[in-house]
Design a protein around this ligand. Structure first.
Ligand code: AMP
Length: 146
């Protein structure tokens, strides 16, 4: 069995993210693997034609979210020793982007949390289950109890 060479930590910055990050770091150390980190800025629609505009059309918060994400990734990267060029921000659907980036970057293990705050009480959240289903590499879903 070949050792993991490139591990991808998918982080949602939730309160559980530190636990998931520490597990990814521990595995990277044990396997002497490269560690990269990814956050996906969810491109949820900010308007809904049924209810009318929720946020005025001229406000585009994506750029602010990207820049805030980069700052958070810098903190995580510093703590875990992940170099700047392996701290990635993408915009889109988290489940699809995690799988896409993992393939593109030839990752052999993806580390996600079993669920986020939104998924409290659910055994496996929708992001984790979709990544497990679609990824071409191994996926570790770190069990989060609450
Ligand atoms: P969920 O299925 O949304 O409860 O999230 C489960 C796990 O998927 C989280 O603990 C993260 O590891 C990962 N994840 C969820 N959303 C994102 C995101 N926007 N960017 C990167 N990873 C995410």
């Amino acid at each position: 069995m070949q050792a993991y060479q490139h591990i991808l930590l998918a982080t949602d910055f939730s309160e559980h993210a530190t636990l998931v990050a520490d597990r990814a770091k521990d595995l990277a150390t044990r396997y002497q693997a490269k560690l990269s980190v990814l956050h996906v800025v969810d491109n949820l629609p900010i308007t809904d034609s049924t209810y009318g505009p929720i946020i005025p059309f001229d406000i585009d918060i994506t750029e602010q979210l990207i820049s805030a994400s980069k700052e958070r990734l810098a903190q995580i990267g510093e703590r875990l020793g992940i170099p700047e060029d392996r701290r990635w921000v993408e915009v889109g659907s988290p489940k699809a982007e995690i799988v896409r980036v993992a393939e593109l970057e030839q990752v052999d293990l993806i580390v996600v949390g079993s669920h986020s705050r939104k998924g409290l009480g659910i055994l496996l959240g929708s992001t984790a289950s979709s990544v497990i289903l679609h990824a071409k590499c191994d996926v570790l879903a770190v069990r989060l109890l609450e």
